[in-house]
Design a protein around this ligand. Structure first.
Ligand code: HEM
Length: 161
């Protein structure tokens, strides 16, 4: 069965377990992002125009917002409009910081190997590491380079220009 284009990510397993154990955690999704499971989020495709099918390099833009909140709102993690950039040296995922309209590099993956099946190109379960710029999003609990959840990207051929 042909799958829809999208980005699936779980942020970090132990972070989600921590939140679920807190008791007052709240989850919101909006604008093209959905919870697939409590520890798995899916962002819809926005734009492929800056990604080159021949080289496999460039940016694929996804859209949507996931908010995880707890500790009466003191903990407030928002993941908005993730973009995935494919380059010579792997993959970088950035998110939009809505207050400043800046893009923050959040995690990187070393490999960008993919498979093709059922009319889709898929990068499945790429292991990721936290970027320096993403450390404060998690209150400094995870140092730069910490293993984060793997990302899976599906690009339906019908969406590639
Ligand atoms: C009222 C303020 C807060 C309190 C009392 C608090 C308390 C704690 C405690 C006790 C732990 C250790 C949990 C364990 O090992 O089982 C922890 C872990 C953690 N906290 Fe908080 N925290 C607070 C605010 C925040 C904020 C604002 C963030 C921002 C995202 C945050 C992110 C984390 C993370 C990422 C971990 C590590 C979870 C893991 O992977 O094991 N915390 N916190």
């Amino acid at each position: 069965m042909t799958e829809e284009s999208g980005l699936v990510w779980g942020i970090k397993e132990s972070f989600i377990t921590y939140l679920l154990n807190l008791g007052d955690s709240q989850y919101f999704d909006d604008d093209g992002a959905v919870f697939v499971e409590p520890n798995l989020f899916r962002f819809g495709l926005k734009e492929v125009a800056r990604w080159d099918r021949k080289t496999g390099h460039g940016v694929i833009e996804f859209r949507g917002t996931i908010v995880l909140s707890a500790h009466g709102g003191l903990l407030y993690v928002r993941i908005t409009d993730p973009w995935v950039e494919f380059g010579e040296h792997g993959v970088a995922l950035s998110v939009l910081e809505t207050e400043s309209s800046r893009r923050i590099p959040l995690v990187t993956a070393d490999t960008s190997s993919f498979i093709t099946r059922d009319g889709c190109r898929q990068w499945i379960g790429l292991p990721t590491q936290l970027c320096e710029e993403g450390v404060m999003l998690f209150n400094g609990q995870y140092p730069s380079g910490t293993s984060m959840s793997p990302i899976t990207i599906t690009l339906n051929e019908a969406d590639i220009p």
